[in-house]
Ligand binder design. Sequence first.
Ligand code: SF4
Length: 497
Amino acid sequence: MTLSKSLYTRAIQCPKSLWLKKYNSAVLTPPDAAAQAVFETGNVVGDLACELFPGGREVPYLEKNYVKMVETTRRWMEEGLESIYEATFIYDGIVVLVDILRITPNGVEIYEVKSSTEVKDIYLHDVSIQQYVLEQLGYTVLRAHVIHIDNSYVRGDTLDLNGLFAIVDVSDAVDALQTDIPGHLARFAAYLDDRDHEPAIDIGRHCKNPYECDAKHYCWKVQRDIPDYSIFNIFNLGSKSQMELYGQGIVAIDDIPDDYRMTTIQKHKVDIWKNRTTHIDREQIGAFLDTLTYPIYHLDFETFQQAVPQWRGISPYQQIPFQYSLHIEHADGRLEHREFLAPEGSDPREAVAYRLAADIPTDVTVLAYNMSFEKGVIAKLAEAFPDLSAHLLAINANMRDLIDPFRKLHYVTPDMQGSSSIKQLLPALVPQMEQAYKTLDGIHNGGEAMNAYAAMTGKSEVEREQIRRALLAYCRLDTLAMVKILERLREVTDDRL
Ligand code: SF4
């Protein structure tokens, strides 16, 4: 058996996933742009963390020649280097690359770098297999650490690596995992020895935890035909209840027994689906509409995040707005559109904040969909630009949430499939808008918008212009969709009259 540390942690999550990766990788879903972006962030963060231990050297990566990487590591250790990045070791077919290895006269220290903001349990397994290999090779591992991003850090004029990173000593937890490793390895080897038969491992909570498994489409859809709307999508139904139902052979919502214990909200949504009925509470929707006064400003932001803050006053992974769209509905039925897209390559917050304050007065209804996001973004802008603070906080105070009638179950259709997300709502309520999203060129969701904006720097003027147009078209559609949803709410309350 040959195993890397990433294959080891994959197998800890699910040995079938390891088997598929080795013998039937065609069934795995390739990483999407978001996963690729996470991977690239990991590389940037990893390189930066090495600067916490200056004077070290990085072992050049040779995909087909780990033996050479091991030799380089050994030679540098013999030369007396104190820090080696990507230090490589092989024991019994297990290859580990230690992100940062510190060498002292009494033994070595392991530092595993992660771009997340906390130590997750799976990281301990990651470090444990590194320690196992090193100890089997005869090294004394003095301490083991995880280095992660500290999201309480706020960048000043320069980047302070000691503020950006938190170093957590995980030695005790990693020591405690050592005794189980030979058993795990024997189990994984037994699965891999049987090349002809996939491990008989059923789906479960391990398919999403700690990571969304890349075999999920294969195991869930292809092998078990789990429908898009199933017991696994019921809002807030815990994985224990899900697995209990699954264990009884109940997967489809239609098959849930009428007397199965659920919350009132869950039961309401399940019944809507089972009976294929639409529930509309006109009184409540009317009451919601009564809280909106003209003009109504429909607002939507696009944002991006940086693991390593590039500009002063920004924390790791803070939502940084770079664009917004505003559809303004006037009392006379006029629909006006305003939009803003900050120039790429510099901190966009100030330009966004000033334009927003110029575009939205302090005494108008502002409508957002799932407004906690918009409110959070505006609150951060208010913090960063004190002279605009009163204006921006007034915008927040005037904000209403278009999700309310759906989240509070005043309007539920079977097609919403128990969800109040705008993605689920549009096909059910305003099908023509769903079609409009499909015809967009290049950018169809917030993730794509974020990646496109980040990728603009370094592109030609023609390409940048193309991206700008696609970004504006996408964001404009988001607020237009809100206008259409509100229109639909008015229609159903008009039915009452
Ligand atoms: S989808 Fe679930 S069962 Fe299938 S390989 Fe992944 S974790 Fe294992």
